[in-house]
Design a protein around this ligand. Structure first.
Ligand SMILES: Cc1cc2nc3c(=O)[nH]c(=O)nc-3n(C[C@H](O)[C@H](O)[C@H](O)COP(=O)(O)OP(=O)(O)OC[C@H]3O[C@@H](n4cnc5c(N)ncnc54)[C@H](O)[C@@H]3O)c2cc1C
Length: 498
């Protein structure tokens, strides 16, 4: 066995790094604080109904498309079953009473939206051309090997998505429609770089799927493979300290008092958590201050709905609703008195050809400040006032859903809720942030987290490095594992796996 790699956290980033490094002969140990592995890939079951908490749909999974290459390499194809979303409307954008479908394929997408915006066909073509230019400029998105440092085109990094849309079209409603799936990346006006949106829209436009049985199937498959290659994945193993000598990291201390030594260490935690665990002066104050000052993407409040058996036909689109056009970019600036003014609603997929939905999620943005008074309380024991707060928010959300999709309420058997505190406690993400550190086109360097740290054998992975979502995190894991193996080596392995 090769050198010993300790990976802190079994989210998608930690498990993907673990898989790549175990496959290349390293001895891998993944340490996970929770009893369940997967981080945002976790699911939970109540009264026999399974709910996804943090990954609901994935894209680019047709043979020859990017995620399909990655899944083949990661040996996920046989364990992870998918169900395609409606090709005519994988996303359905609802703004102030009108509904606009996003269809798969750029031509089809253009034709569909041109029915609502007949004079905008050229704008839509320009939109997709610019998006493809952005994705093709990234070597990893086209699985090219390169000996140059991987740097994206500055024009895609420094331009905000809303400014990009202004360059594409003067039609304000079309611009809002094209921003309609902003909750997928918690986009902010004047801040979110065009490339973040471009990669995500390209990814889902090529093909879009729900994961049958939930995204935990991805985590469980990766764990099985890591173990089959001789690696260890240890749940209920919370790391409390990363200990260093005067040159590098030497071991980690666990909450149960154990110490585990390693040659290399990879943190899959939010960078704020990682910095808290390293006392060594090898991490400079300027780095610690920079990490502490970084802005994070907003958190969310979710209602997990279980339906009465065979009452609600399975809805094969993701439904993004905004009460008014002004709500599309409102994001974290929502008004308490007007809450909720938007939501994302998705049915969960429990079988490849189900006719009725068992469960759904209803997600809305929520700032951490709304629940900050309960910080430090424990899951399930936060008090009656917290329960009342959640009930009030949930009922308002369900009322708004009912106005958009009538007869839903009468078919609800039971529902559960989560808040920003739930995410903070389960995944350790700062302020319960959905997608971690926010990329900001005005501070393109300062909003980046490198996979390297000043400690030569301590690296980072996960959504804070590179970007979030299944694609962003897998590419980030290739960059992190590439620090030891070489990125080109991994890219060649991925191509050879086909
Ligand atoms: C509500 C929501 C919906 C989403 N929907 C989608 C979607 O539809 N499609 C998509 O592609 N992406 C989606 N995402 C994003 C995607 O789920 C994440 O970007 C990705 O799963 C993050 O993986 P990660 O490895 O970076 O981190 P995480 O999943 O946060 O994993 C970090 C892990 O580290 C562990 N950890 C933390 N501290 C310690 C410690 N001290 N010791 C040991 N372990 C520790 C945590 O318990 C956790 O398991 C969604 C996210 C959210 C929140």
């Amino acid at each position: 066995m090769g050198k010993h790699i300790i990976i802190i956290g079994s989210g998608l980033g930690g498990l993907t790094c673990g898989y790549i490094l175990a496959k290349n002969g390293y001895r891998v140990t993944v340490l996970e604080k929770n009893a369940q592995v997967g981080g945002c890939l976790q699911t939970f079951t109540r009264r026999g109904v399974k709910f996804e908490t943090g990954m609901h749909y994935i894209g680019s999974m047709e043979e020859g498309q990017l995620l399909h290459h990655f899944f083949r390499y990661l040996n996920l194809l046989s364990d992870v079953k998918l169900r395609p979303l409606d090709r005519e409307a994988y996303d359905l954008i609802s703004i102030g009473g009108e509904r606009f479908p996003f269809a798969n394929g750029t031509e089809h997408f253009t034709e569909q939206l041109a029915k609502y915006f007949p004079k905008e066909e050229d704008s839509l073509r320009r939109y997709w051309q610019a998006i493809h230019e952005a994705t093709e400029s990234s070597p990893l998105h086209s699985l090219k090997t390169t000996n140059e440092p991987i740097v994206l085109n500055p024009s895609h990094i420094k331009l905000s998505y809303d400014k990009f849309l202004e360059n594409v079209t003067n039609n304000e409603l079309l611009r809002l429609v094209l921003a309609g799936n902003l909750p997928l990346y918690a986009g902010e006006r004047g801040k979110t770089p065009m490339y973040i949106s471009a990669f995500i829209n390209d990814f889902y436009n090529r093909s879009a799927y729900r994961i049958v049985g939930g995204s935990e199937t991805i985590a469980l498959s990766l764990v099985k493979s890591i173990r089959a290659m001789g690696g260890e994945v240890l749940p209920s193993a919370e790391v409390v300290k990363i200990n260093c000598d005067d040159k590098q990291a030497v071991n980690v201390s666990l909450k149960n008092g154990e110490t585990i030594e390693g040659d290399y260490f990879i943190s899959n935690m939010h960078p704020v958590r990682m910095v808290e665990m390293v006392e060594s002066s090898l991490l400079r104050k300027s780095y610690r201050d920079r990490i502490a000052a970084m802005n994070n993407t907003i958190s969310n409040f979710t209602v997990y709905i279980a339906f009465k058996k065979d009452t609600v036909p399975y809805f094969n689109s993701n439904f993004y609703h905004y009460n008014t056009p002004a709500d599309v970019w409102r994001g974290k600036d929502y008004e308490q008195s007007a809450y909720p003014s938007s939501f994302l609603y998705m049915h969960l997929c429990s079988s490849e050809n189900q006719q009725f939905a068992d469960a759904a999620v209803l997600i809305s943005y929520m700032n951490f400040e709304d629940v900050a008074q309960w910080t430090g309380t424990k899951v399930g024991r936060r008090g009656a006032d917290y329960e009342a707060f959640k009930k009030e928010k949930a009922e308002k959300l369900l009322d708004l859903l009912e106005r958009q999709i009538p007869h839903t309420r009468q078919n609800i058997e039971h529902y559960y809720t989560s808040s920003p505190l739930t995410y903070l406690d389960y995944t350790g993400t700062e302020h319960g942030s959905m997608y971690g550190v926010m990329r900001d086109c005005n501070e393109s360097i300062h909003s980046l987290v490198s996979q390297r740290t000043r400690i030569p054998n301590l690296f980072q992975t996960g959504q804070n490095v590179n970007s979030h979502g299944i694609l962003g995190v897998i590419i980030g894991s290739i960059l992190t594992a590439g620090e030891l193996l070489g990125v080109n080596h991994i890219v060649k392995q991925i191509k050879n796996a086909d």
